[in-house]
Design a binder for this molecule. Structure first.
Ligand SMILES: C[S@@+](CC[C@H](N)C(=O)[O-])C[C@H]1O[C@@H](n2cnc3c(N)ncnc32)[C@H](O)[C@@H]1O
Length: 275
C-alpha cells in the first residue's frame, strides 16, 4: 500500500499529493550566512548555504515528531520505484559494508541477498524502525531540531536517504554530518520521486519541478567541501505507450494516473569514488 497524504483534495486516497506548479528552488545569496574562509577549505565544512529562510519553511509548523507519532506501515512509492532503488543498491553497495539508512521506516529497500556487516537505521518513529527487518540497530532523532548525529566519524561505507530529503529544513548541516560519518570513498545515495507529505516538505521542494529538485539535492552535496561531483540517475516511466516523460505523462501524473512513479537518485562520494 502506498502512503496517503494527510490532506485533501488528492488524486488518490493512497497517494501523497503531487507537487504543484514549477518554480526554481530558492537559493540564498546572503553573505551573512557564509562560513569563514578558513572553514571553507576544510573537508566536510559547509561552503555556503543553499536555502533561503522561505525555502526552509513548511506549511505545517507542528513539530515533525508529532506528525510521525503514529506508525505508518505503508510503502511511500510504488513497486517500480522500489525495484529501481534496490537495483541501484545492488550495483553500488557491497557485502560486508556498514550502512546508515537515514530517515528510515519499516522498510529499507536493500537487496535481500546482500549481507551487510551492520545496518543502522534512523527515523522519527521507533515502532516503524523496530519492524524493519534489515536494521541491526536504530535511533530516533528529529533532524529539523538538531542535525548532529551521535555516530562515529568515518564509520559508514554508505549513507542512504530514501524519499525523505524533502523534509530537511537544514540540509546543509545534515549533509555535512553525512560527510563526517562516511568513510573516505564512502557513498551517499539520496533517492526521491514526485510524492510527498506536502505540508511537511520545505518550500524549495514544494515549489520546485522534477528538474529543480534534482538540482537542489545536487547543491546539497556541492555545499559541503569534499563531496565528489554528484551523479544523477533518472528513470522516467511511460504512462502507457507514450514516450517516457512526454507531456501526456506529465498530465497523467498530475492526476495520479501515470504508469508508475518516476525514480531519481543523486549519488556522491566522500573525497573520491573508489574504482
Ligand atoms: C516518506 S517516509 C520515508 C521512509 C523510508 N525512507 C522509506 O523509504 O519508506 C519519510 C521519513 O522521513 C523521516 N523524517 C521526516 N521528517 C524528519 C525529521 N524532521 N527528522 C528525521 N527524520 C524525519 C521519517 O522517519 C519518515 O519515516
Amino acid at each position: 500500500m502506498l502512503c496517503a497524504p494527510p490532506q485533501t483534495p488528492r488524486p488518490s486516497p493512497r497517494r501523497p499529493q503531487l507537487s504543484p506548479a514549477p518554480a526554481p528552488p530558492r537559493c540564498s545569496s546572503s553573505n551573512a550566512a557564509q562560513p569563514s574562509s578558513s572553514q571553507a577549505t576544510a573537508a566536510g565544512s559547509i561552503r555556503r548555504l543553499v536555502l533561503a529562510p522561505e525555502g526552509r519553511a513548511k506549511l505545517d509548523p507542528r513539530p515533525d515528531r508529532d506528525f510521525y507519532a503514529f506508525p505508518r506501515l505503508v510503502t511511500h512509492v510504488d513497486d517500480g520505484f522500489i525495484a529501481s532503488l534496490t537495483d541501484l543498491y545492488r550495483e553500488r553497495l557491497r557485502p560486508g559494508w556498514e550502512v546508515l539508512d537515514l530517515m528510515s521506516s519499516w522498510v529499507s529497500h536493500l537487496p535481500p541477498e546482500v549481507a551487510f556487516r551492520r545496518v543502522v537505521g534512523h527515523g522519527l518513529n521507533a515502532q516503524e524502525l523496530a519492524r524493519n527487518p534489515r536494521l541491526d540497530t536504530f535511533f530516533v532523532k528529529d533532524l529539523n531540531t538538531e542535525q548532529e548525529l551521535a555516530l562515529e566519524t568515518g564509520s559508514f561505507d554508505a549513507v542512504l536517504c530514501t524519499v525523505s530529503v524533502q523534509y530537511l529544513q537544514y540540509p546543509e548541516k545534515v549533509f555535512a554530518e553525512i560527510f563526517r560519518v562516511l568513510k573516505p570513498g564512502g557513498v551517499c545515495i539520496v533517492s526521491f520521486s514526485n510524492r510527498m507529505f506536502y505540508e511537511k516538505a520545505v518550500g524549495a521542494w514544494r515549489e520546485g519541478t522534477a528538474y529543480s529538485r534534482v538540482q537542489l539535492v545536487t547543491q546539497y552535496f556541492h555545499c559541503v567541501e569534499g563531496f565528489t561531483q554528484p551523479e544523477v540517475v533518472r528513470k522516467l516511466p511511460s504512462a502507457g505507450g507514450s514516450s517516457p516523460a512526454s507531456p501526456l505523462d506529465a498530465v497523467m501524473r498530475l492526476f495520479g494516473m501515470a504508469g508508475s512513479d518516476p525514480f531519481y537518485a543523486v549519488i556522491s562520494y566522500r573525497n573520491f569514488k573508489p574504482m
